[in-house]
Design a protein around this ligand. Structure first.
Ligand code: ADP
Ligand code: GN1
Ligand code: MG
Length: 371
């Protein structure tokens, strides 16, 4: 076993086309799926960093297809950034292996990739200011806009039905029925809350089926900690975590921004009295998003923006609850009941969004007329 316990990062790093001397590596970030390491290299008198990531291939069952999506998307964005100041920090850059591959397959069957580390910027697990909310949404909206004209073929679905809320809801019903970890007894109020909201799960998929909202290239994991904020300017400079970039609805992206960027708390806050939508944060988020996405969204998409926040917050809550009932097999957990705590936070936020929904819709009308 290597320097990082479970993984030999030095051994992995040696296989990538990095000019410089490996010094050390440490686990990095707070993602729930992949394993991320920041490695330090010594290169011609200075130190610099790269990011090595193990792709969770239990969850992403076709890593080659996933990498193919990322290559196409980052290449397309790069052509759009051509010449712009600081463009190398505005999109992810993959580092190939010494064999010229985008991904390394190690002896244990793991898939590894390496990114150039973006310096002078960082991600946050909880939003602190309205400016951050604005910037995050502007950056994710820009990301969608940059991909509006991505040439075909259609991107691969890296996880089929990823945001198909009715399927997520059915999975919860099955987990309740099976109750294989005998935990349903500890989650009665949450199960009740979920069942009481069953009627909203089909709304966006039905609008899509009726052709009222279009499929687009979307990010699908627009958590606040998936956008890098520049340390000096506060600008949202680079969208990261591209594993779930695939065909989706723009509203899924906006919904996940509402989920992670309008309550000042972390996703697993245990003191529910602190969890709630801050309306001014929402306003900043909406304005930031429309600044970049406003020009390509259709009217129907815009009308559903507030609803999408409620839906996606509910959907992720349902997924946390399902995983809790199944015995924590999907999301990484760091304490007992972690997924149940996360579910409670989401459901509390759903309630808070419900009580703000009318105001959120009125705000949209005001922002649309430029007020
Ligand atoms: P996960 O799928 O585990 O969430 P991410 O791709 O989001 O993994 O990476 C985890 C964290 O690493 C991010 O939240 C961000 O802080 C940081 N990060 C990701 N890519 C880069 C990069 N190219 N440069 C600097 N930091 C990065
Ligand atoms: C996972 O990888 P990460 O932590 O950015 C999950 C998202 C959830 C999120 C909840 C592939 O994202 O869908 O919204 O956790 N990613 C996958 O925090 O399932
Ligand atoms: Mg992430």
């Amino acid at each position: 076993m290597g320097i990082n316990g479970q993984f030999d990062i030095r051994g992995v790093a040696r296989k990538f086309d990095i000019f410089g001397e490996f010094r050390s590596a440490e686990p990095y970030g707070s993602g729930h799926i992949n394993d991320t390491f920041r490695a330090t290299y010594y290169q011609g008198g200075t130190t610099l960093h790269y990011l090595h990531q193990r792709i969770n291939h239990n969850i992403f069952q076709n890593p080659e297809a996933l990498m193919d999506n990322i290559i196409r998307v980052t290449r397309h964005i790069r052509t759009k950034l051509n010449g712009l100041k600081g463009s190398s920090r505005r999109s992810l850059t993959l580092v190939p292996t010494l064999d010229g591959e985008v991904c390394l397959r190690d002896d244990e069957g793991n898939f590894w990739r390496t990114y150039v580390f973006i310096e002078g910027a960082r991600t946050y697990d909880a939003v602190q200011t309205k400016q951050q909310a604005f910037e995050a949404a502007r950056a994710f909206g820009l990301f969608q806009k940059q991909l509006v004209d991505l040439p075909g073929p259609r991107l691969h679905d890296t996880i089929p039905k990823f945001h198909h809320t009715p399927s997520r809801f059915r999975a919860l019903q099955e987990a309740i029925e099976a109750d294989e970890s005998n935990r349903a007894q500890h989650a009665k109020p949450e199960i009740e809350f979920a069942m009481a909201h069953a009627d909203m799960v089909s709304r966006l998929v039905e609008l899509q089926e009726r052709g009222e909202i279009p499929e687009r290239v979307t990010h699908n994991d627009t958590k606040f900690n998936n956008v890098m904020i520049d340390d000096e300017t506060g600008e949202g400079i680079c969208v990261v975590d591209l594993d779930t970039v695939m065909p989706g609805l723009a509203l899924y992206d906006f919904g996940d921004m509402v989920r992670t960027t309008t309550s000042p708390t972390r996703e697993d806050e245990q003191d529910l009295s602190k969890v709630g939508m801050d309306f001014e944060m929402y306003e900043a988020l909406l304005r930031g998003y429309l600044e970049t996405a406003g020009e390509f969204l259709n009217d129907r998409e815009k009308q559903e923006l507030a609803f999408s926040g409620k839906l996606i917050t509910f959907e992720i809550g349902v997924r946390f609850l399902t995983d809790y009932l199944r015995g924590d097999t999907y999301f990484k957990v760091h304490r007992e009941g972690h997924n149940l705590d996360r579910c409670r936070t989401q459901f509390k936020l759903v309630e808070s969004i419900e009580s703000n929904e009318d105001r959120m819709n009125t705000l949209l009308e005001r922002v649309e007329v430029g007020a």
